[in-house]
Design a protein. Structure first.
Length: 242
């Protein structure tokens, strides 16, 4: 089914399902602890998310695990929208179930972990991650940073992507760039649930995997509608001014 047909058939379903999810996240959550000072110590892996599990895709790229039921919209919601607490969440006092307060906390990391504090290797990792994600649904920047690591967007969503990526690079170097990027994509799905579920469902309806590169392709739906699947996930030719 082409993307434009998908949108016509399932748009009301997507809006209704995600609206219920948002209400559940915002009004039926437990009170989380107030965030303490920024810690550079890792903790034991006691907490794990109850959704949005990662797996290796058929192409070798990291993807979100999908349990197919035949309902592309519900399958997209189940795979894309995380619940619970990430293993590093207690360090910062954030939870997938409290996206509003977590956004504020994660955005504050951008200032708490200055880009200038990154080593050469860390900065290259930061650039690799930050040039592959944007806050496309509210801002026009093609990515959150340019090829030199400079900010391209100042909204809180972009700051949370930049801050969290720097924090994880610094305090959890065991995470790969692709793992961090897919983690940022989960948060992007909490910030823009309707838009991201629409993209994920469109990918599933075309029998494509939920990879970070595909989910962060701002032209995904238009490419699917024209059958141009070969370029899905391709990086832009240029990021930032010359």
């Amino acid at each position: 089914m082409k993307s434009n047909e998908f949108v016509e058939r399932y748009s009301l379903y997507v809006i209704g399902a995600v609206a219920l999810l948002i209400l559940f996240n915002w009004f039926q959550i437990a009170t989380i602890a107030s965030p303490g000072p920024l810690s550079t110590n890792t903790i034991s892996k006691t907490f794990t998310p109850s959704g949005s599990k990662m797996t290796k895709g058929t192409s070798g790229e990291l993807a979100l695990e999908v349990k197919r039921t035949g309902d592309n919209v519900q399958d997209a919601i189940n795979a894309l929208i995380p619940t619970g607490t990430p293993e590093w969440g207690p360090e910062l006092g954030v939870s997938y179930d409290d996206p509003v307060n977590s956004l504020n906390r994660l955005a504050s990391l951008h200032g708490q972990v200055p880009t200038g504090s990154l080593t050469g290797d860390e900065k290259q990792r930061y650039i690799d991650i930050g040039t592959r994600i944007s806050c496309e649904f509210c801002c026009g920047a093609p990515s959150v940073v340019d090829n030199n690591g400079r900010d391209l967007c100042g909204c809180s969503h972009a700051q949370s992507f930049m801050g969290l990526s720097k924090y994880l690079i610094k305090t959890h170097p065991e995470y790969t760039n692709d793992e961090i990027l897919l983690e940022l994509t989960k948060w992007k799905s909490l910030y823009y649930p309707r838009n991201m579920v629409e993209k994920a469902a469109a990918l599933l309806s075309n029998d494509m995997e939920l990879t970070a590169s595909s989910l962060n392709d701002a032209q995904l739906l238009s490419k699917l509608s024209t059958g141009d699947t070969s370029s899905i996930g391709a990086l832009p030719a240029m990021v930032g001014g010359c």
